[in-house]
Design a binder for this molecule. Structure first.
Ligand code: FE2
Length: 134
């Protein structure tokens, strides 16, 4: 089982695409940690690292949106915030119930599904807008 960035998720802005690939790689390394029977510490570290990276990635996108007065900024930001809240919920579950393979796989899948859906709509539109500005 693996989660992968695929060509159809190409946004056309280098820093955004690079970070999207990195996010998929991080979700994938979570699955790998579980597959190898990685311990609680390994999974917890991978989740914390992913969480930090997600937040800084969203901030980067939001900075671009604000800088160029992107008209769909509020809607885009709402999706980012909703995802972070969702992520926190899953993280809470990990903290409360312990790291189980089932929960870790659910978290990695959730991240990959969300990214694919969000990138395919919101980030592609943002990419098109930003390419027109530069
Ligand atoms: Fe986004």
């Amino acid at each position: 089982m693996a989660v992968r960035w695929t060509e159809d998720l190409f946004v056309g802005v280098e820093i955004i695409d690079t970070q999207h690939k990195e996010l998929f790689a991080m979700a994938d390394s979570l699955l790998e940690a579980v597959g190898k029977g990685g311990g609680r510490g390994e999974v917890t570290r991978a989740v914390a690292f992913l969480e930090e990276y997600v937040e800084s990635h969203f901030q980067m996108e939001e900075t671009y949106m604000k800088r160029f007065n992107y008209p769909d900024y509020p809607h885009h930001k709402i999706e980012h915030t909703a995802f972070i809240n969702d992520f926190y919920d899953l993280r809470q579950e990990l903290d409360n119930d312990g790291v189980t393979p089932e929960l870790t796989v659910r978290l990695a899948d959730r991240v990959a599904d969300w990214l694919a859906s969000h990138i395919g709509r919101m980030d592609k539109a943002l990419g098109e807008f930003l390419r027109g500005r530069k």
